[in-house]
Design a protein around this ligand. Structure first.
Ligand code: NDP
Ligand SMILES: Nc1nc2c(c(=O)[nH]1)N=C([C@H](O)[C@@H](O)CO)CN2
Length: 237
């Protein structure tokens, strides 16, 4: 039986894409979900990465993706819930819509995908199966300008505890809580310097530190229900 694939949601760019390509290099079949069509998808397909459309902005969209995933594979080695929107809080009439959108992508999608893919994870013939939630340092600290983002990431962090208890011992469930790992395109040098100063390590490390953390969880048979901080000592400042 060929190795069961690893699913990374939101894997068409940045951290998710980096980890998808590293997992492929390490010999894992990889499936990624994407929301927006883009030229890079062809490059990922040429590498052998399966790309599935997914829009988690509605419950129906989440169920559509689950059906699409089950049509693609009968088993999974791991699921990385990476899809996320770093949306700032909005005032006025949009505030509720913003919160709902972040709830759906950060909490409802991981919750429903985990509930509906348990049998895919258990169908794999490898001894270890993993679910990994990408949360955020601010889940434990809050955020003045991204309160809805932080709250829904905190909800995802809490889902880690519940699913770890529900799915043990067959499936391990953990989270990775990064602080700033890589800048966005519109981040300028002033922002970068201020951001570096926020952590004890005073660096913006790039995506490999996330892959190292993912690799640690995928290779460790005795870790479940934990959130792995990858924050450069942000909590020390
Ligand atoms: N980058 C960093 O420094 C940090 C990242 N993190 C966390 O690490 C993870 C990866 O970060 P990063 O690579 O920057 O993430 P991105 O901001 O690049 O988002 C990843 C993907 O999520 C997808 N996505 C967003 N909303 C939806 C939705 N409603 N339905 C389906 N897909 C959606 C997007 O798809 P598309 O592009 O196709 O629309 C996007 O490509 C995230 O969970 C993030 O919160 C935490 C702290 C720091
Ligand atoms: N979905 C995302 N979440 C987060 C991002 C991102 O780019 N996408 N970035 C951060 C950084 O820590 C923040 O400092 C902005 O660069 C947090 N979450």
């Amino acid at each position: 039986m060929s190795a069961a694939p690893i699913l990374i949601t939101g894997g068409a760019q940045r951290l998710g894409r980096y980890c998808a390509e590293r997992l492929l290099d390490d010999g894992h079949p990889v499936i990624i979900s994407y929301r927006r069509e883009r030229d890079e998808l062809a490059s990922l397909n040429e590498l052998g990465i399966v790309t599935l459309p997914a829009d988690f902005s509605t419950e129906a969209g989440i169920h559509d993706f689950i059906r699409r995933l089950k049509s693609e594979t009968r088993s999974l080695r791991a699921i990385v819930h990476n899809a996320s929107d770093w949306a700032p809080d909005t005032l006025g009439e949009d505030a509720g819509h913003t919160f709902e959108q972040l709830f759906r992508v950060h909490m409802q999608a991981p919750y429903l995908v985990n509930l509906h893919t348990r049998e895919l994870l258990e169908a794999g013939d490898e001894p270890q199966r993993d679910i990994i939630h990408m949360t955020d340092y601010v889940a434990q600290r809050g955020s003045r300008k991204h309160a809805a983002y932080a709250a829904t990431k905190a909800g995802l962090e809490n889902l880690t505890l519940s699913f770890a208890a529900m799915y043990a011992p067959a499936i391990q469930v953990n989270a990775i809580a990064p602080a700033l790992i890589m800048l966005n395109e519109d981040d300028d040098a002033v922002y970068a310097e201020k951001a570096k100063a926020k952590s004890a390590m005073q660096m913006i490390p790039g995506p490999d530190v996330i892959y190292q953390s993912l690799r640690y969880l995928l290779d460790n048979r005795f870790v479940t229900g934990v959130t792995l901080p990858v924050d450069g000592g942000r909590h020390l400042r």
